[in-house]
Every structure is written in C-alpha cells, then in structure tokens.
Design a protein around this ligand. Structure first.
Ligand code: KG4
Ligand code: ZN
Length: 359
C-alpha cells in the first residue's frame, strides 16, 4: 500500500529588529502540517551589537543608534541572502514596530515597509515585548512543553512585567514596574559603581565573587500586595550607601566591589523571584517563562529554578536558548509567525513605529 505523505507547507519569515542598540536580521523557516507547526528552523541569524559604540557615552544615544542601524541593516540583509542572483526566498516580513527608541525603530520599520512594497510580501509589525515572550518558544523542547496559560516574567532594559499568556497573542499584564525596570536597576547602580555600560552583565560577573548579605539593601514592593515592582528606591539606597561608606575607586571601595554587586543583585533577584512565585500561585500557570536581557542573569536563573521546584509542583520553568535573552531578530520572526497565523497582517502604507507600544 502506498505510504501517504503528510502535506507539509513551508513558510519563511524574514525578520528585522532595530528597537535599541542591536541591529538584527533573521530568516526563520517553519513547516506547517495539518494546520499546526511541525518544525522550526533558523536558516540565518545575525546580530550587530552597538554596545562598544555606546559604551563611550555610558548609555545608548538614540541618534547614534539610528545612524548605526542605517549603516548596518543593508549589509545584514545582504548577508541574509535575500538580494541578487540565487537569492533566498521569503514569504513574509516581520519587523519590530515598538516599544523602543523612535529613531531606531523607524530604521527597521522603513526597511521592512520598502521590502514589502517591492516584493509584495505580507508585512507584520511585531511588539518587541511579544518578541521576548516568543524567544522561549524558539527552543525545541520548550515548544513540546508549551501549554497555556503561561506566566512570563519579562525583564529587560526598559520593561519589568508579569504577563499571563492565555493563548498566542492573548495576554494579560498582572504586574509591572511603577518606575525603573530591573535592567535599568542593574545598569544605573552599576554606573554608580563606575562600571561600564551595559552594567547588568558586568555587575553580575563581579557579584559571582561577592556575598549577597554583605550590605543590607531594601527589597522594594515586597510588602505591597500587588504584583507591581519598583526599583528606583534601590538606586537611591545604593547611592546613599556608597557615598556614606566609600570613595569611588580607592582600595577599600575596590575590595568591597564584589560584595556591593552581590548585594545589589540579591535585592533585585529576590523581588523578581518572590513576585513571580506569588503571581504563579494566583494565576496557576502550566509553565513559567523568564525572558528579556536580565533573564541571562545566572543568580536569577538559579533562584527561580529553586523556588519553582520548591513551591510550584508540576510547573515547568522554560528559558530561551542561550544567546537569545537579549534583543535579536529570531524572536521577532517567531512572534511574527504567531501573528501571521492569526491573520494579523499590516499594510505597508500604514505601518509606523510605535515607541510607546504596550503589550
Ligand atoms: O532585552 P534587552 O536586550 O533589551 C531591552 O529590550 O531592553 O535587555 C537589556 C538589559 C540591560 O539592562 C542589561 O544590563 C541587562 O539586560 N542584562 C543583564 C544581564 N545581561 C543583560 N542584567 C543582569 N544580568 C545579566 N547577566
Ligand atoms: Zn528587548
């Protein structure tokens, strides 16, 4: 008897990310069999980071970021093989439309609009935060465990949110920061300690050699019954502590630096973990995902894994693939695919950057 082959349809998405200080392009291929996604393959993915450029200024300079995206993006698209003879074909274009820096977002959005106009391919404007949520879905074993509702702790340079994912593209924000994001807390306190931009990775590297209970720092909002966060008070507490006890860069300060970093990291991580566990007890998710740049933090990963195991029986903790915590275009392609499958397509004439876009 002849073997009936499953009818598979391949779909290739070209994606662009330029919301902040990473220019990134990806080509993601998926196979759809009997209406569901059967395979996901990242055919191409390249990110050009601007960190060394902005480090000189101690933070991201929007105008410089936009100009650098302009300089990088065409080469990245060229290297994705979409131009010229024997070019890679794609079926749709996904681009980050917001939130982010207005000037930076516009570079990606205009490139995507032009490509859509020139090729006639559908265009999908992606929410950068939804992109971070989708980053965890890029991991094959996570896709097997992927069952809604999913609780997401989204921790990036600009956002700290607890999001209940009820389905693809259907989200409810359970809590968010009332002032600084956790990434900002890392970056701003690191700056106070004289560490280079971006402070998060640098502070966590030093924290690994220090003691988290060396300095007493506040755990903001832990006594508040809401699922919101607030990190601006921590920054002030660190400033007061440093100014009252040390002279920046003298030997006593240098010796105390690992303990200072570990104490700051401990305060941020404790709040993130505690509020996530509380949110999970209330919303009863099947899985928890931890996404965004700050989720690269080893101490956060370790403590969250411990608490999920201890307090939430049967709940799986899923992380993005290593290297996909910070901004990248692969996550934008994945979120674009979710939207495309729900028919959420944009018109090239109408798509615009939305710097203040919410989830
Ligand atoms: O998601 P992301 O790349 O960009 C935004 O969408 O904002 O996150 C960048 C943030 C920065 O604040 C950076 O300091 C922080 O993620 N970050 C870390 C670590 N790696 C990156 N924070 C703490 N520990 C890390 N290992
Ligand atoms: Zn991001």
């Amino acid at each position: 008897m002849p073997v009936r082959r499953k009818s598979r349809k391949a779909l290739r998405i070209l994606s662009i990310e330029t919301s902040c200080d990473e220019t990134s392009v990806a080509l993601l291929e998926t196979s759809v069999a009997r209406g569901s996604i059967s395979a996901v393959k990242l055919l191409h993915h390249e990110t050009a980071t601007q960190i060394p450029i902005h480090r000189r200024f101690g933070g991201v300079v929007p105008e410089v970021a936009a100009r650098t995206h302009v300089a990088e993006l065409v080469s990245l698209l060229e290297r994705a093989g979409i131009f010229g003879k024997g070019k890679s074909k794609f079926d749709a274009i996904a681009v980050t439309k917001g939130p982010g820096l207005a000037t930076a977002l516009r570079v990606g959005v205009e490139a995507a609009r032009t490509l859509s106009f020139a090729t006639g391919k559908p265009l999908v404007g992606v929410n950068h935060l939804e992109g971070h949520l989708a980053s965890a879905w890029l991991m094959p074993q996570n896709r097997k465990a992927w069952k809604f509702p999913i609780l997401a702790l989204l921790v990036s340079g600009g956002h700290t949110e607890l999001v209940l994912m009820q389905d693809y593209c259907r989200y409810k924000v359970l809590g968010r920061t009332r002032d600084d994001a956790s990434g900002e807390a890392f970056d701003k306190t690191a700056k106070l300690l004289g560490l280079p931009y971006p402070g998060g990775p640098e502070l966590s590297r030093l924290a690994a050699k220090g003691k988290a209970d060396a300095f007493k720092l506040p755990r903001p909002m832990l006594d508040d019954p809401s699922l919101d966060f607030s990190f601006s008070g921590l920054k002030t507490a660190v400033r007061v502590l440093v100014e009252s006890k040390f002279k920046i860069h003298d030997s006593k300060f240098t010796a105390a630096l690992p303990d200072l970093c570990a104490s700051i990291q401990g305060a941020i991580v404790d709040v993130l973990v505690e509020k996530t566990i509380r949110a999970a007890k209330l919303s009863k998710p099947k899985c928890i995902i931890m996404v965004g740049g700050v989720s690269a933090n080893a101490s956060l990963q370790e403590k969250m894994a411990q608490r999920v195991k201890q307090d939430l029986r049967g709940v799986k903790l899923l992380a993005p693939p290593k290297g996909f915590y910070t901004d990248n275009a692969a996550m934008v392609a994945a979120a674009g695919l979710w939207r495309l499958r729900q028919g959420k397509v944009d018109q090239w004439k109408k798509l615009d950057a939305e710097p203040e876009l919410d989830i």
